[in-house]
Write a protein that binds this ligand. Structure first.
Ligand SMILES: [Zn+2]
Length: 281
């Protein structure tokens, strides 16, 4: 494998940190080994790096075979961007950056990666990759304290105005959460979540595909209300695919919301849902 096809800038975890898989074999085979001296730790890192290098070369070979492209692979330890690709179809060439979690991706995920490398707008591939990233979330190093950029004014709806109105009308102005439009994903989806609430940063995110002219304001307002209820009750509803958490108290309060029936009916209508999604390309 020629080195210009494989960039491997990541030197592995810092000393003293928990090992990232694949674990260095020495740790497993010599449980009675004395506490690592600085030299041994260095050796350990070197072994680890070699294992990562071999895995990266194997992945590159596999992706090359599956895509029939010349690929330059760059393995990253990013905390926010798990994958990027630059395509040069006329040269049958692609520059690919992948998080190191993909070094242990099973064949179906490698196949999805290959489809994504060749053609990024394949929803099925995106979903397989999404699920893999969710399942390996613990491998993503925590980012520096994240700055959350709040964007409240949409093209059709001003989330801050809706939030303030709902807060005054239904919560005595007590909800302290921030609100923002979420980010558009890079591939089309067969499903999206209209809203989410992250307890960690106390931020409500509303899906940007709802900022369309045909979406009734009472629907966006209801989704804002729903996420504010999560903030009130301290129940997180993150965008990471876990089951929604709606305890009885939540359902009782939600059912008392004046627009609950017509707004949830709008949201449950498949026609409306498909119409919302159609813009996502
Ligand atoms: Zn919810």
């Amino acid at each position: 494998m020629s080195t210009d096809q494989l960039e491997f800038p990541w030197a592995g975890p810092p000393q003293g940190a928990a090992p990232v898989e694949p674990a260095p074999p020495e740790r497993v085979s010599r449980p009675d080994a004395p506490a690592a001296t600085p030299a041994a730790a260095g050796e350990d890192r070197a072994t680890h790096r070699q294992a990562m290098q071999a895995a990266a070369e194997a992945l590159l070979e596999d992706l090359t075979r599956r895509t029939s492209l010349i690929i330059r692979l760059h393995v990253t330890n990013n905390s926010s961007t798990m994958m990027t690709v630059q395509r040069y179809p006329e040269k049958k060439f692609a520059k690919v950056r992948l998080h190191h979690m993909f070094l242990e991706a099973p064949p179906e995920v490698r196949q999805a990666l290959s489809e994504w490398i060749r053609k990024p707008k394949v929803p099925q591939a995106g979903e397989v990759i999404d699920a893999f990233i969710r399942a390996h979330r613990e491998k993503i190093r925590p980012g520096r304290r994240r700055t959350v950029y709040l964007r409240t004014k949409g093209r059709y709806f001003d989330l801050q105005r809706l939030f303030d109105e709902v807060n005054a009308a239904h919560f005595d102005g007590k909800i302290t959460a921030h609100i923002t439009w979420g980010k558009l994903s890079s591939w089309p989806r067969r499903s999206i979540r209209y809203g989410s609430y992250m307890h960690q940063d106390n931020v409500i995110r509303i899906h940007p595909l709802l900022d369309q002219e045909f979406v009734p304001e009472f629907v966006v307002r209801y989704i804002v209300f729903h996420e504010m209820l999560h903030a009130l009750l301290g129940v997180e509803e993150g965008p990471n695919g876990r089951r929604r958490v709606h305890p009885p108290e939540f359902k009782r309060l939600e059912a008392a919301y004046p627009d609950f029936a017509r707004a949830s009916a709008w949201c449950d209508d498949k026609h409306n849902f498909r119409r919302v999604l159609r813009m996502n390309r």
